[in-house]
Structure formats: C-alpha cells, structure tokens
Design a protein around this ligand. Sequence first.
Ligand code: PRX
Length: 575
Amino acid sequence: MEKLEIKESLPPGGGKHNLNDYESVYETFRFEEVFADFSWHTTGKVNMAHELIDRHVMGPKKDKTALIYVDDNRRETYTFDDLRRLSGQFGNLLLKLGVKKGDRVFFFMPRSPEIYVGMLGALKIGAIVGPLFEAFMESAVTDRLADAEASVLVTTSVLKGRVPREKLPKLRHLIIVDEQPDYAEGEVDFARAMAESKEELEPAWGTLEDPMILHYTSGSTGKPKGVLHVQGAMIQQYITGKWVLDLQEDDIYWCTADPGWVTGTSYGIFAPWLNGATNLVRGGRFSADGWYRTLQDEHVTVWYSAPTAFRMLMSAGDGMTDKYDFSSLRHVLSVGEPLNPEVIRWGFKAYGKRIHDTWWMTETGAHMIVNLPCMDIRPGSMGKPFPGIVAAIVDNMGNELPPYSLGNLAIKTGWPSMMRQIWNNPAKYQEYFAVPGWYVSGDSAYMDEDGYFWFQGRVDDVINTSGERVGPFEVESKLVEHSAVAEAGVIGKPDPVRGEIIKAFISLREGYTASEALMEEIRLFVKTGLSAHAAPREIEVLEKLPKTRSGKIMRRVLKAQELGLPVGDLSTIED
Ligand code: PRX
C-alpha cells in the first residue's frame, strides 16, 4: 500500500479548534446549545426554509447578503429578507396551483437565482424538492419525473422541449421561468404568477422526519434511484458547515457544484444558509479565467469544488494563477472523486492553501469522512470520520478489518442525514443495509493506523466521470435503443483529467458495419437522448460481448481486458 508522504500542520487561520476540541464538543454535544438558534428547538415545529432563511430575518441578518449570483453577463445580490419574500411568493404560487405537503416539485433548469427562490418556496410549503441536472435529455428526465410522480416542474422555455407531457400524466403544471410568447394548457408564466402572489406565507410546520428532497442517483443495476432525505438532515448539514467548511460570520462561500447534484444542495444551499453565510453561485460554463475572476473579484473566502475542476485549473497553467489575487481565500475543500496528492501540492503553490478532501455520498446527505481545518492532511487520504460518525473497513460479513486491509467502506447506521427511503423501492433501500448495523457504501478503501481513510475504488460498476456518478445500466439501455446496436456493455476507463471516462463496448445488428460515422451517430444518440455527461467518449465494436450463462453482460471482464489486467473468475461465462 502507498505509504503516507506529507504531513501538514495547522494552516494559519484555518479554524478555531483543534481535533480534541471538536471531539470533546461532540462528546458533550448539547442540542440546547448547538441548536439554540433553531426555532424547532423551542417550538418542536420544523420547516427547512424557515431555518434556512426566515429565521435569520428575525435577527440581525435581515439585510445581510444571502445570495450573490454571478455569470458572465449577470450579477445580482439578494438579502435574507429578499429571499424570505420571494420564497413566500413562490410558495403561495404553488399553493394556488394546488400543490400540497409531500407533493413532488421538480426543477430542471440552469443555475440562476430563480432556482434557489423556487426550491426555498417549495420547501416552505412542505413539498418535496426534486432537482434535475440541466444537461439531462428526454429519457433521463422522463424516467425521473415518472418515478417520482412529480406534479410540478419548474423549467425554461427551451428545456421544456425535453419533457414529453403525454408520457407524464401526473405532471400537471410546468412553471416557465423565462418569457415565451404563448402558454399552453398547464403552463404557468413565472414572472406573472410571482407578481400576483403575496410575500407573506406561514411555513408548513412539520417534524424532523418529514421528507424534503429527492435526489436521483445511479447504481450499477437498474434505473436511477430516488434517494429521499428528511428535514432532520439539517442537523448534520449545519454542523458540518460550521466545522468542516468552517463557515464564519463574514465568509463569502462558493460551492461550485450544480444543485442538480447533492453537493449543490447539501452544501450549495443548506449548509451555508443554515449557518447564515453569504452564498455565492456562479452560473454558466467552466472557464479558468471566469472562475478565477469570481474568486478574486467577489473576495471568496471558503471555496468548495471537485478534483476534476482543480485538474482543469491546473492544466490552465501557472501563468493563469499568477494573474489573479487569491488573498481572500481562507479555506479550500474538495469532494466527489479521489483528490490526487499532486493536485494538493499544486493547489498549495497556486493558492497558498491546502485543499481539504471530504468524502460522502448522495445517500449520506452530508459529510462522513473529512479533513477538518485543524487536521494534518495526508495527501491521498480522504481524512477521518467526522466526530460522531463511526466508519470502518468491513468484510462482506460485516467483520471490522484491521488497518491496511482493503475492504468495504462502511458507516455505522443512524446518523441524522442518512437517507430514509429509496423512492418506490424499499428492496433497493434494504440492499444498502444487508450487513446488520452498517451502511455499506460500495466504495473500497483501507484505513491507516491513525484512522485516516484511503479510497481505493468502487466495489461495483458505478462510473465516476468528472465527479459525476453515472450508472452503466442507464447508458447501456440507451445504446441498445439505437437501431444499429445489438448489445452494449459500459465501463469507466481511467482518465488523467476526468478521473474516468465512459467507454462502451457494443455489438452490431445484422446489416450494420462499424464506421467512424456510425460511432459518432451512436455517441450523439446517447448525448441527445440521455445526457452529455453520460455519452461514451469511446465506443468499441466487438463481435460478441462476454456474458454470464444467464445472459448478463460481464462488465468486469470488459474492464479487465481494457486495462490489460487478469480477467479473474470466468466460471459463470457463457462459453
Ligand atoms: O465513489 C465515491 C465518490 O463518489 C461517490 C458518491 O457519489 P455521489 O453520490 O454522486 O456523491 C458525490 C458527492 C457527495 C462515492 O461513493 N467520492 C465522493 N467523494 C470522494 C469520492 N471518491 C474519492 N474521494 C472522495 N473524497
């Protein structure tokens, strides 16, 4: 196993506590102190939007900037009171459409202030929010909306073209956030309906166990699954925002993730606003210049991004970093995929800050394994369990393994932000807890003798491309819809910038011959049918795909062959 190389000592200005402080705070963790400011703590009544926004308006933060939205053409700021009023209007608008507590309100649109206003408004009336990444194409959108039985979709005049309403009988309303000339039956003009809605709205009060957000994510088999989180996730989102992101009163915090993914909600909406921080959102596409301009001009102090983004910034060259001033940055963090030691070293040179890795998943709702600001960083390690979280490396029977043994990364069940359901699929939910007492993550890792965890890979076939989780089954299903494709097997192939790229192996139907034009056509078919990030970058045609006797495509054999590794046990192969 790779031995530990660098140790980092407390970076100047990085956090107020040392690890013992955190642990002792945790041991004496008193809800009445930590959550004293939360209204549910005294009233027993819970509403997420109230805790995120309205609560601050009652105190000194009323006119503090809650949201800074920037892209290449637009810059707007909103105070906590602005967001209270706008989310009240949106909540009232939904009530007028007949939306009730627990109904699913989905969002399919690019980052913009409206998506934040909309999500807050939906949470305020107790609806379940469902974010969809804007790059999704028709079949990805349809599968998710149908499974969730969404009744409202907030979208744009362009993106609604990917929403086949005839296939979605439960979808009653489309709220169109931009202008369009005509509104069809069931379509709502956002600006007009907002103007007609009252700002005052009494939140729908509930409990910590009431559902609040449904994120679709991928496994290695079956369609994407709806991971359901409840309002009580706020406990962990708040405390990790405070301790891991180290959010403090004057911070300008920027999480680069899109709210279509869990990082963009748990840490792009919930953690910062629960902590009353100023939350910066940058819309539009990635560009090194644009990002650096935002860091510099907006005086970002805490920055949460992902390894692929750091690698793209790294490849933009040192000439680029030299042009900008990063002196306001105090704390930099990463999530989503393995953070290369090389990137940490480069980051220290480029920004004068160590990048702090964090590990968690859609299903965990909040940080599990982290580098607290005070911790020594061991480049290549994801850090240690957050105080109160018990993580271990277990074998398939649930036995805990000693340091340096490779095994399943597992978390002792029962943390506040743990998912409570896989939507419509209790059996799938149970699969995560097959080992009694443990949530088994699907990642393989080992732990060193000091309790730092080191990521080694996935146990299953889930692909992580540019930090985005892609299920091979969804891509394979799309591929075989193309008239030329008989069978498809999809794997993640290691890539220096993206972590993994998607490679598809296909066999062709009678009458088709492989050509570059056909491969491009098939790639485009997935890109325009499913989503750009799920389109295979490489397609290879095989005579026949390796299959089990029961007809399942053996992705691990394809992968081993691709990487020139031993193919392992072939006893179940067809012939
Ligand atoms: O394989 C792990 C990888 O991303 C998976 C979770 O993906 P998702 O649910 O989309 O959530 C991403 C962001 C919370 C994990 O099972 N992953 C996440 N963080 C890390 C990581 N791999 C290595 N190092 C990390 N820090």
